[in-house]
Design a protein around this ligand. Structure first.
Ligand code: GYE
Length: 309
């Protein structure tokens, strides 16, 4: 059966759904798992998927979306690298009557009619959960004295970077007036970024005793920098991060990460369901949220074999 071209027919005679999907890039373990999930789910659903990797560049996403419009796909889905700057291209999609579904990350727009729904996590809540679990980590470690936090932010302008920082600060300001974020900078959600920025932090702020990383990959990069500086990650510097990819759990089971707030990348099946509904003209919820858990270090060994990404 040939499903390589738009509009081909499946065995039942129903028209194959063509879906244009613009992915952020391949910056992290989370992203690789998300890409696999989307590709597998599209295959299982029998859709004609046109997949495009933007390599973390907004201009690449914009041209991919324009391409999907030119190809007259049935639905466009994308995970926007940053929150702003989408109105023009989304208006073009609307003019072409192609519905847009956001997945993973959201956009800021003045016109709510420019996308149908968002399938993804509540990043502000993840930030809150990170602050709450850090409180447990500090208690467990018997930490005394000042809490001097280094924050490794995700990609500048990206929804998860903005909202995770916001949620964390909200809980910190309300409940932990004695904590202080002494240094905060982007590591672009990559291991290399986390390593480089953490080693600069350790030079400028050697008294840092907590790291809050917006994803596991940056925490893993930071662990290398901490060890290179002769300190013990998970002990000298307590580490809390977000995602819950396998490598994060491995580092946690080795005692190098103290807690992880899960962010589930396996959005493919849910996305395919929504795409079908949108294509059929059904109404869908404005935000379809993902269910997630939090994990402390003492759960890491038992949980590791259960991790699916
Ligand atoms: O946490 C990070 C990835 O948008 C939720 O992007 C996603 C984030 C995820 O690079 O690892």
């Amino acid at each position: 059966e040939d499903d390589s071209s738009t509009g081909s027919s499946s065995a039942g005679g129903a028209k194959t759904i063509s879906l244009g999907f613009s992915q952020v890039g391949s910056e992290s373990g989370w992203r690789s798992a998300n890409t696999t999930s989307v590709k597998d789910a599209a295959k299982d659903a029998g859709y004609n998927l046109k997949f495009s990797d933007a390599q973390q560049k907004q201009e690449n996403q914009i041209s991919a979306i324009r391409n999907f419009i030119a190809q007259k796909v049935d639905v466009i889905a994308f995970s926007p690298v940053v929150v702003t700057g989408w109105d023009a291209v989304l208006k073009e999609a609307k003019a072409a009557k192609i519905p847009v579904v956001l997945t993973d990350r959201s956009v800021e727009t003045s016109d709510d009619s420019l996308f149908v729904t968002l399938v993804g996590s509540d990043f502000t809540d993840e930030g809150r959960r990170a602050a709450k679990i850090l409180d447990k980590v500090l208690t467990k470690a018997g930490h005394k004295g000042a809490v001097k936090i280094a924050q490794l932010e995700g990609t500048t302008g990206a929804a998860p970077a903005i909202e995770r920082a916001k949620g964390f600060k909200e809980v910190m300001d309300a409940e932990h007036k004695d904590w202080k974020i002494v240094v905060s900078q982007t590591g672009d959600f990559t291991r290399a970024g986390g390593k480089q920025v953490m080693s600069a932090f350790l030079q400028s702020n050697p008294d840092v005793n907590v790291l809050f990383a917006h994803n596991d990959d940056m925490a893993i990069g930071a662990i290398q920098a901490i060890e290179a500086a002769g300190k013990k990650p998970g002990t000298d510097i307590l580490i809390v991060c977000i995602d819950g990819v396998k490598d994060g759990f491995v580092a946690m089971s080795e005692g190098k990460i103290n807690a992880i707030v899960e962010c589930n990348p396996l959005l493919g099946p849910q996305l395919m369901d929504v795409v079908k509904k949108v294509k059929d003209g059904e109404t869908v919820e404005r935000w379809i949220k993902t269910k997630e858990s939090d994990f402390m270090q003492d759960q890491a060994k038992a949980e590791l074999p259960n991790r699916k990404y």
